[in-house]
Design a protein around this ligand. Sequence first.
Ligand code: CAA
Length: 240
Amino acid sequence: MSRVALVTGGSRGIGAAISKELKEAGYTVAATYAGNDEKAAAFTAETGIKTYKWNVGSYDDSAAGLAKVEEELGPIDIIVANAGITRDAPFHKMTKEQWKEVIDTNLTGVFNTVHPVWPGMRERKFGRVVVISSINGQKGQFGQVNYAATKAGDLGIVKSLAQEGARFNITANAICPGYIATEMVMAVPEKVREAIIGQIPTGRLGEPEEIARCVKFLVADDAQFVNGSTVSANGAQFFV
Ligand code: CAA
C-alpha cells in the first residue's frame, strides 16, 4: 500500500503543486484547505486528490481532521506543513491582530499539524516532515516582522524535531522558497514585485513545481540521512 501524505494548504499555490507531484510519485495524498470550497472542489475534480477543510490554527480542528484522514486513507507517514498567510505591514502599522493571525496559522499551525501524528510516526518507525518556510525567514523582510518570525521559527522546529525523530526514522526538514509565482506574491504591489524580481539573479519568479520537486526528494523512503536541513530554492537571491 502506498504511503499517505498530507499537504496543508494543498489545493492552491505551492501546496497544489506539491500535492500533484506526490500523487504522481505514487503517494496517496490528502490536501487541506481553509476556506475556498469552490477551488478545493475544482482541485479534487481535476486531480482526484481528496481535500479536507479545517483551520490549521486550531489544535482541536487539526486533530479531528487528521484523525478523519487516517480513518479514510490510513496512517499519515508524510506531513508537508505548507499552509501559510501574509498580513504585511510596516512594523509601526502592524496590528496585534495581524501579528496573531500570522503566528496562529504559520507557526502554531505547524505544531497543530505535526503533534497529533507524531506518536504514530514514532510507533511505526517512519515519518517524513517537511515544513515550507521562506527566504524571508532567513533574511527578514521589510513589512513582514510577523511572517519572518514564523518562517524563522520553522527552522528551529525542524532542527529540533530532527534530533527527536532521528532514531525513529523520522526526518524533519525545511524548504525556504524564494519568490514564487503564486497568488501570495502577486498580491504584493506591482512596483515592489518588480523591484524584488530585479534582485533575483535567475531573472524570474520561481515556479511552484520547483518547490514540489524538493519535497519529493525529502520525503523519499531512502532520504533518512537528510535530516534537520534547510533547502533554499530562491534563484540565487540569498545565501545563508
Ligand atoms: N525597504 C526599505 N523601504 C521600503 C521598503 C523596503 N523593502 N518597502 C517600502 N519601503 C518604504 C517606502 O519607500 C516608503 O517610504 P516613504 O514613506 O519614505 O516614501 C515606505 O516604506 C512605505 O511606507 P508605508 O507606510 O506607505 O507602507 P505601506 O503601509 O504602504 O506598506 C508594505 C508597505 C506593506 C511593506 C509594502 O511595501 C509591501 O507589501 N511590501 C512587500 C513585502 C513583501 O516582500 N512581502 C512578501 C510577500 S510574498 C511572501 O511572503 C512569500 C515568500 O515567502 C517570499
